[in-house]
Write a protein that binds this ligand. Structure first.
Ligand code: IFM
Length: 437
């Protein structure tokens, strides 16, 4: 048994497009994901987030599940297009009202809101003007951040600018698997820089309104294993995926390897704008990656699946908890040990609702046990790890995989919208409530 530090934050994470549904309700504008899902072939099961978990109408029940779990914190994202339907212009009061009800209900039940401003669902109105490829979008993002700080600064203690901007740049603009579905080398670089710039501008905008807000950002960080002597490919993937967002935010520089490609988009003073003092860093960790150089493609490198004999989830992600420990230590050493939260960690597994109405998911419980043990070891080794948010509370719309992959600790019976806590929910409940593994 190992105890976690007192006040360790136990939470769950979700995101707006993946759970809310209600896409045409109360003035919400369309987003790049609504558009992307309309194109045949983009989503494996031809679905979309139009209904998803109907969290928009069922959030009280979902918060009830968080209470039963013993979660002290809830990281969710707000849909920008509910607040400003086109991504700019007048505020849609109905969108504000929805998030106000959600936040008030969390606070009433002693669950701390962690509000993330961007979990990928960029308003289509901004995409029509060039999306994240357009430098102006960074300034629109800061305006939206300021609006959210004005409305929620007194009730939300923790703001997060982006969730996994690296995934937006690479999967959305380089490999083309995510919205807006581009494979464009220039777009990878412009979006990388504009997302970073948007982060810096948003931090200033929030602080201007709420000087004592806690502000952080969340980046997906998966270590790259150099396995097939393609050290160039591994270094490129590591730079693009793990460092192109973390280094500028925490060190005020871009990785050497990418500086030339990014240079056309970087104006004087941008790196200073990006490197704002932060209160915490959110790290999403799931797996390790293997790279192969792919000259002539938009990204110049591709991710290879792990060899068949390596333990992996049904998503094909390698299970290697020792790498989380290693990554946390590397992070501590490279970035001066800032406060870190693991803001996502979890796995897809082949869950089935049995005849007795139970979902047995031992693979997921094992995954949590092993990754939390690695996290606990990292704390013993001096890493300033302050909390853990499981991904995810509910099965939900898993982007290009549609509803074919379940990441929840609560099973969603989509036709009835019934929520059924899986065995892993009770496994985590024990950990969350006893603060030990
Ligand atoms: O579902 C996603 C989430 O939106 C971002 N991080 C990874 C999760 C699992 O793929």
């Amino acid at each position: 048994m190992s105890k976690f530090p007192e006040n360790f934050v136990w939470g769950v994470s979700t995101s707006s497009y993946q759970i809310e549904g209600a896409v045409n309700t109360d003035g919400r504008g369309p987003t790049i994901w609504d558009t992307f899902c309309e194109v045949a072939g983009n989503i494996v099961d031809q679905t979309n987030g139009a209904v998803a978990c109907d969290h928009y109408h069922r959030y009280p029940e979902d918060i009830g599940l968080m209470m039963e779990l013993g979660a002290k914190a809830y990281r969710f994202s707000t849909a920008w297009s509910r607040i400003q339907p086109e991504g700019f212009g007048a505020v849609n009061q109905a969108g504000i009202d929805f998030y106000k009800s959600l936040i008030d209900f969390l606070l009433k039940n002693n669950i701390e809101p962690w509000l993330c401003l961007n979990h990928w669902d960029l308003p289509q109105g901004l995409e029509n003007l060039g999306g994240w490829r357009n430098r102006e979008t960074a300034f629109r993002f800061a305006e939206y951040a300021e609006i959210m700080a004005q409305f929620f600064g007194d009730s939300v203690p923790n703001f997060i600018t982006h969730n996994e901007p690296n995934v937006v740049a690479l999967l959305g603009h380089g490999w083309g698997w995510h919205a807006p579905g581009l494979q464009d080398a220039e777009a990878v670089m412009s979006t990388t820089h504009h997302l970073n710039l948007a982060h810096g501008l948003a931090v200033s905008a929030i602080h201007k309104t709420v000087p004592d807000a806690n502000i952080g950002t969340v980046i997906a960080m998966q270590p790259v294993v150099d396995w097939n002597r393609d050290s160039e490919g591994s270094a490129r993937l590591d730079a693009l995926y793990n460092r192109a967002f973390t280094d500028p935010v925490l060190l005020g520089t871009y990785p050497e390897l990418l500086r030339e490609e990014l240079a056309p988009f970087v104006n004087n003073g941008d790196l200073e704008t990006i490197q704002q003092p932060l209160d915490f860093f959110g790290l999403n960790h799931y797996t390790t990656m293997r790279a192969r150089s792919a000259p002539g493609t938009a990204v110049g490198v591709e991710i290879l699946p792990p060899p068949r004999e390596i333990p992996q989830t049904i998503k094909g992600w390698e299970i290697n908890p020792a790498m989380l420990h290693q990554q946390l230590l590397e992070f501590k050493n490279r970035y001066g040990n800032p406060p870190i939260y693991i803001t996502e960690n979890g796995c897809a597994s082949p869950d089935v609702l049995d005849a007795e109405g139970r979902v047995s998911d031992p693979d997921r419980a094992d995954y949590f046990r092993d990754y939390l043990s690695a996290a606990s070891l990292a704390i013993e080794d001096g890493v300033n790890l302050k909390g853990y948010f499981a991904w995810s509370l509910l099965d939900n719309f898993e982007w290009a995989e549609g509803y074919t992959q379940r990441f929840g600790i609560v099973y969603l019976d989509y036709p009835t919208q019934k929520r059924i806590p899986k065995d892993s929910f009770y496994f985590l409940k024990n950990i969350y409530q006893n603060n030990e593994i």
